[in-house]
Each structure stands twice: as C-alpha cells, then as structure tokens.
Design a protein around this ligand. Sequence first.
Ligand SMILES: [Zn+2]
Ligand SMILES: [Zn+2]
Length: 463
Amino acid sequence: MTIHDDSESELQQATALLAVVCAVPVGTLDDDRLLARLDTAEQLGRYADALRVVAAAEVAERSRHELGTAGLSYRMGHRFPGHLIEQITRVAPAEAGRRMRLGAMVREPTTLDGTPLPPLYSHVAAALACGQLGADAAAMITQNLQQAAGRSAPDDLFEAERCLVDRAREDSADLIGILARLWRDTLDADGAEPRDEDLRMRREVRLGRERGGMTPLHGQLDPVGAARFKAVLDSYSAPGCSPRFREESADDAVDDDAVDGDAQGDDSLPETRTPGQRNCDIMLGVITAGMAADDTTPKSKTTIVLTLRADDYSSGTGVAWLSGVQEPISTQHAQELSCDAEIRLMRLGQHGDILSLGLSRRLFTPTQRLALTVRDGGCVWPNCGAPPAWCDAHHAIPWSRGGPTDVNNGVLLCPAHHHLLHHSDFTLVMRHGIPHLTPPKHLNPTGREWRVGRSRITTVLKR
Ligand SMILES: [Zn+2]
Ligand SMILES: [Zn+2]
C-alpha cells in the first residue's frame, strides 16, 4: 500500500469515526454479536499495532546515532528516540522499546535517494500490515529468527519465516513462540548451547530491602531451573496432592471405635491460602527439608536467633526480633517458632540487658522425629499432604507450660498449619498418643473432635 502525504487527515477521520463506533456498549449484545465484536476489535487493534510499530521504528531511524544533533529525537529535546516515543504516546519505556525493535524488523528501509527496499522480514511485515498477524506473534517470529540470522542461509531463514507466518494465521501466539524457538534451534543448531549457557549465567535470586515488614524476593530462572521449580510446585500443589502412606486407603484408616469422628477424607476444612501463599509455603518447605537432610552444614549456621524480653516470653505479650530482620514478630509467634526450631532465646531484662542466652534444648531428637513421621505421615492437618521433612514438631502441651518433649506430646504440622493452630481457635490435644483436632464453632457447629493424622501404626495394629 502506498502511503500518501495527505493520509494523516484520512487517518484522523477514521480515528474519529472509530471513537464513535467503539463507544457502543457491548453489554446489550447477544452472544453471537458479542463474539463478532471481539473479533472485529482484535482486527482493529492489529491495524493500529502495525502502524504503531512502523511509526516507532521510523522515529528511531530518523533519530539514529550518526545523525547527531540533526536527529529527530535530539531536535525534539530527547537523547534517545524511546524517550520521544514515551513523551508522545505515554506508553511505558519497555513498550516503546518493544515497538521500536519489532518496527526495525518490518519497516521498509530506503536507499539514500529514497528508493524503498524490502523489509528485513517481508512475510511478517505483509501479514502484520493486513491484520493477519498480531504484534505479539510477529515479535516472537522476528526475535527468534533474528538470533539464528547470522548463522543460517538466507533461503532457509526466508522459508522458516514463511512457515511461521502461515501458522500464525491459525494458531495462538504462544504456540508460535514455541515453534519460532524450534525453528531458531533447527536453523542454528550450534547456537543452542551458547544460548543455554547465556541463560544459565543470567539465573539469580536476590533478597530486596525490607519494606513495610516484608522482604521482597527477586530473581529469574533459566529453563532448567524453571522446569525444576515448576515441577516441585506442581507436584505439591496439585489438588488432592497425595499424602504419605496413601497406599492405605482412606477407608482403612477410619477407626471404627473413634466415637469422636474422623477427619480422614473430610472436605469440610477449606484451603484458605492463595496460590501465591501456597507456592511460598512449598518453597520454604523444600528449603527446610533440604537443610534438615544436609548433615554437612553445621546446625549453628542455619540457626535463627530470637531475641525477646524475659517477662514477655513468659506472659506471651510484646514482640521478639529475628536475626537479620528488622521487623519484629509477636511473642505469640515466637512461641510458635520455639515449638520446633533451633532457636537461641536471648532474654532481655527491663533495660535491654541480657539475662540469659540459651540454645533451646527441647528439640525432638532425630529418632523421635522418625517416630512422629511413622505415626503422622506428614502434616496431620486434614487434607494437607505436606511431607514429614517440611513439618515442625509441635508441642501439644506447650513446653512453657510443662509439656514434655516426647513423642506422645509431639505432632507433625507444616509451618502454615502450625501457624494457624497457634493463632486461631483450633485446638489440638493428644489422646492415647493420637492427635485430635477440634475446629472452631463456625466450622464445626457440633463441636465434635476429629481424629487426625494418617496413622500407619494404628491402621496396621487394628488388622
Ligand atoms: Zn507449636
Ligand atoms: Zn499442613
């Protein structure tokens, strides 16, 4: 299509018309017309996108470095073309960058005497201009092929582009992204390894500056890291994620003479965590299990030091500080942590003087934990399924109230449910060495007590 000099006024008229027709509400449309409208809107957006990217690329071209002070962006008071585009369009810098990059691949360059040359990616350019290709799919095609461009024959590249553009008329941008990477690695088989290595080098996890009590976690994973991480999250967050000892069917585990009822298979406790909170719990669970499994790391290196006032600790009031974190936590929360963590309590007097510094000695021994693992099979909370290695050993009768550190007073709970137990109206007691949970009234109007855990021993003994 030839662009005329006077096309600006035509475009402005078209835009004014669009502003009127697009303002028609969609709420009154029947289903068929709504879907047709959705399709039309997408088509419209594509025309606009095509124009956006070539216009951005043209601005960039006229602002190129070698033009110096004669460049367009410089004359308009900006050092970089992206800044000029941001100023005029008010898009985010990243979006301006995306438009310029795609535009550079599909714009028609001209020779010095003004003769137009074909674009770098002519199939993409043509499909983009006539609305057959969205900007997202177009960017995936050009980005990936461009990575292979230096090391593949022009004809092969041309053919790959043609195939991808053809597929993009039918398939989603996601699939086009996958196919484009496949083409890239086929065209440039030798490039896959350096690319892999480059991605691996960019892996990172960083803790941000603590703000508002929360410490942000930033980072990115290379393909293998992402696959591992996703596999871990998927395997533990799948609905009905299989708990330990699932080979005993849930029915077998029901204790006939458990008059108080049984929570096995009971669905009445809803998952209250968001997917994000659950992912966080899974990540910390795996870290905790890894630390516990690694007996080469001295325990002192992974010990959290908890600092609090002596009278606060006994009364359960006030706050406590964790090593390396500025935000204090409640003493109640500190008591929960002291249930089963190697925590050094630094007891402070009235004036901040240290009264005592002690390594908590009331930890369950590895043998005791093994016994708890066999008995509870993981977090005893109904429908939880967190494996034993992630769990805290909770003292049913708190240590501060004389509860002993023995198996009959210990219960495995994942950190999320351990926290919930300490901070809610759920109560958990041991009856003949078996944990029993009583949910609060609003979840359990009859007030009945549920036998919890996935006891293997009691199941076996019953036979
Ligand atoms: Zn506890
Ligand atoms: Zn749990």
